[in-house]
Design a protein around this ligand. Structure first.
Ligand SMILES: Cc1cc2nc3c(=O)[nH]c(=O)nc-3n(C[C@H](O)[C@H](O)[C@H](O)COP(=O)(O)O)c2cc1C
Length: 320
């Protein structure tokens, strides 16, 4: 079984990926958050910083991702990314946010199979392999089925399906029946994605789809970074979990302190980190509330250390 870390914009940046691999592991491939190519006729190198070799440990396998609805822009960026040494580029046709979908990008392109065809005609003519990350559809899984027919015509390296429609955003249940319909129609290697929060979720979903051997974890791995290695059979002793988390947190915090300007930005960034993690560390959400009120690093560290310095705070099951 292969486990992939899902791209989470603003969170799973190079430093996070490197530290996740150093402290927790269990992930085979780390997908980088999307690089948007909107209306660009040349590549802005700043956009490629997160995937640059100097920021990524060589032992951490990273797949860059592009958000685009133009084959020409996709190819322009992919050629530059391939020149950096990458041989696989993931195309994001799953992003559900209205400001993206309104422009027929992300999951907004799913109702338009002809547009997808146009992008792939150009995108697939490079020296790299294209993989796709999609939703079941924008509004309905019927859209996704038509998209799969198109994807089957191209030499893709694989298709990752988040088992929700774009309209669902991140709410509601994953639709396993529709995932089954799309993955059975897909001739490419398919990866399952969506709502794997516990080892039992993985067991339940993988036993329903025995033909699937790739699983992508996003919020579940950010909330419980021990989950991927647990799935791979490596059990971290209960008593070591908080000290590992503290080391991970402290290195991430130092990184953000060195790159972000202003205490408020730094605190806001760390609040995003706790929004996921606190499901396992903070039964009643009281400490998260406290962290949310911090605007200086001294206050923030005092609140965060209340959790991180107590070895009994970790709970394997999500607590809220
Ligand atoms: C805040 C946030 C940012 C995300 N950013 C990206 C992104 O850059 N690219 C992408 O393909 N998916 C992105 N996703 C979607 C995730 O990769 C994943 O498909 C989704 O969260 C479902 O998986 P999960 O239930 O395991 O979290 C994002 C999700 C969230 C919540």
């Amino acid at each position: 079984m292969n486990l992939f870390l899902a791209p989470i914009q603003g969170m799973t940046v190079a430093c996070y990926r490197n530290l996740f691999s150093k402290f927790f592991g269990g992930i085979d491939v780390y997908y980088a958050p999307f690089i948007s190519t909107a209306d660009m006729d040349k590549v802005n190198p700043v956009l490629l910083k997160d995937i640059a070799a100097e920021n990524n440990k060589p032992e951490v396998k990273v797949i860059p991702q592009i958000l685009s609805s133009s084959g020409t822009e996709f190819k322009l960026f992919s050629d530059a990314i391939a020149d950096m040494g990458y041989n696989e580029i993931n195309w994001n046709i799953g992003c559900p946010f209205p400001m993206v979908t309104r422009k027929k990008r992300g999951s907004g392109i799913l109702p338009y199979p002809e547009m997808i065809k146009n992008v792939l005609d150009t995108a697939c003519s490079g020296s790299y392999t294209v993989t796709v990350k999609m939703r079941l559809g924008l509004d309905s899984p019927e859209e996704g089925l038509r998209v799969i027919e198109i994807l089957n015509e191209y030499p893709l390296g694989g298709v990752i399906i988040h088992a929700r429609t774009g309209k669902q955003m991140y709410a509601g249940n994953v639709d396993l029946d529709s995932f089954e319909a799309l993955s059975s129609a897909c001739k490419h290697e398919t990866t399952y994605n969506g709502d794997i929060f516990t080892h039992n979720d993985l067991i339940r979903i993988s036993s329903r789809f025995p033909h699937i051997s790739n699983f992508m974890l996003g919020r579940g791995a950010l909330g419980d970074p021990f989950l991927p290695s647990l799935i791979k059979g490596h059990i971290v002793p209960e008593g070591s979990k908080m000290s590992l988390l503290k080391e991970f947190h402290d290195e991430l915090f130092s990184y953000y302190r060195s790159v972000l300007s202003g205490e408020k930005h730094l605190c806001d960034k760390m609040k995003e980190f706790w929004r996921q993690l606190s499901f396992h560390t903070d039964k009643e959400g009281k400490l998260l509330k406290k962290i949310k009120k911090c605007y200086s690093s001294a206050d923030y560290l005092a609140a965060a250390n209340q959790i991180l310095c107590s070895s009994s705070m970790w709970s394997d099951s999500p607590v809220r």
